[in-house]
Design a protein around this ligand. Sequence first.
Ligand SMILES: NC(=O)C1=CN([C@@H]2O[C@H](COP(=O)(O)OP(=O)(O)OC[C@H]3O[C@@H](n4cnc5c(N)ncnc54)[C@H](O)[C@@H]3O)[C@@H](O)[C@H]2O)[C@@H](O)CC1
Ligand SMILES: [K+]
Length: 516
Amino acid sequence: MKVVTAAQMQALDRRTIVEGRIPGIVLMERAGQGVVKHLEAQFGSSRGKTVTVVCGKGNNGGDGLVVARLLHRSGAKIRALLLEPVSALTRDAAVMYRRFMRAAGKSSIIPFRVEDRIRSLLAASDLAIDAILGTGLSTDVTGTYRDAINLINQCGRPAVAVDIPSGIHADSGSVLGTAIDASLTVTLGLPKVGLYVGQGIDHAGIVQVVDIGIPPSFVADVDSHVTLLDKETVRHSLPRRHASAHKGTFGHAGIIAGSVGKTGAAALAAQAALRTGTGLVTVATPASVNDVLEAKLLEVMTVPCPETDARTLSRDSLGLLIPFMQSKTAVAVGPGISTHSETVGLIRALVEHLDRPSVIDADALTALAGQTSLLAECTVTPILTPHPGEMARLESDATTQSVNADRIGIAGRFARRVGVVLVLKGARSVIAKPDGSVAICPTGNPGMATAGTGDVLTGMTVGLLAQGLPPWEAACAATYIHGMAGDLAGQRLGEAGLLARDVIEQIPYALQIFSR
Ligand SMILES: NC(=O)C1=CN([C@@H]2O[C@H](COP(=O)(O)OP(=O)(O)OC[C@H]3O[C@@H](n4cnc5c(N)ncnc54)[C@H](O)[C@@H]3O)[C@@H](O)[C@H]2O)[C@@H](O)CC1
Ligand SMILES: [K+]
């Protein structure tokens, strides 16, 4: 599904109304129906609930008035707060105002004047609906609008944002003055970029997308290079397990990983590859830590390699690692290998011999800082999986902050310039391909910001490569399923105590969801 800017969405809405001959009020009705559907899926039936709907003067407010009418019809007790006089409403919002008034009566509409009254109304509500500002937001929020947003945030009730949390810039995700902290955002037509970047991520809560009937041919014409990953796309790319399968059918992943003090990274990546369905996994690791891995890993094979005095892979490993890579279906390089200068030299030499599907991660990325031209030698497009700090090292003039300020732009430009598939990790990981287009992964949670989850992603990615997925499909599917497994683990354990190993344990359950 394409992800769009406010201007792109407004143009699509307009084209649908003018060329598609679907009146704005019909789109608004569908928007309201979609919001109610997702709201009830999340919070249960609205019958008997008290709901306060806060409406601005624009079409976002119009959507809110549809929600108010539909919830009233379902037996909820509704109060609609108008932030502006009725005369200021847009034409379509005014139509929805009249429809609501006819259905619920004038006493259900409350002008936003007396702050204390509003505060007590919100406090007595089960839910607040934020229909204050949508894609029409242009400047900092001030005055009554700011007061309304702050009162909703302070009331302690879950807020459902219509289209986008009011105050969030639909393109940049930045907060313009103040913004709603939504539990659920039901976005209309196509998802907006601002829900997946910057502060927008924290303010949006759960994001659901509602189809309001924009003709697919109009959507196809939108020039957006950003898409939102979804379950169906991932499902189509996953390997099938035929009845005649044997372990050779599902590939052999080679993982070059580990050093003293960092055998856990190798173990996590190897286990994650197996849990993702890979037939065979072999880890190449410094000789003196090999026994540790043998003890940790039952199903994984290991290859002890020559090492430095610091017990990291040495330059002498190259002669062994070249045939190691050539005998595997796919290769991962990097988890826990250290940044020892000799190991760095080894990785740079090794990359020139990468002739099969590969994932380059962690310390191997640091080894490639300022040396990404070496990747031109790879015969199959490699997948790089940096976190923002590693990304900043790869892009010499960047910092972690500047990377996070433009994750989509940086990922797309880097993937195009260097000719790689890039997974820029972090909240809402983005995956970019060599043509510069970018997918946003909606799965995952803050509990996954813990040691070792990156190694798990590397293992899952090489595992899918070994099973024959092309690099782009493998990167997208691994990132999505990694997030799903993390979400399942988070549901069971909560976020604070979640460990990388818990994510591995949930991979099979995440995969089961695809086979249903
Ligand atoms: N017909 C359409 O175009 C559709 C629009 N839809 C809804 O309409 C929204 C867009 O509607 P609008 O373009 O009317 O705009 P909004 O409803 O987002 O904004 C309302 C008004 O607020 C004003 N405004 C901008 N910044 C402000 C600020 N900082 N403080 C106070 N007021 C400010 C704008 O001038 C605008 O007129 C979408 O987000 C969506 O919810 C949906 O109903 C689907 C169809
Ligand atoms: K809103």
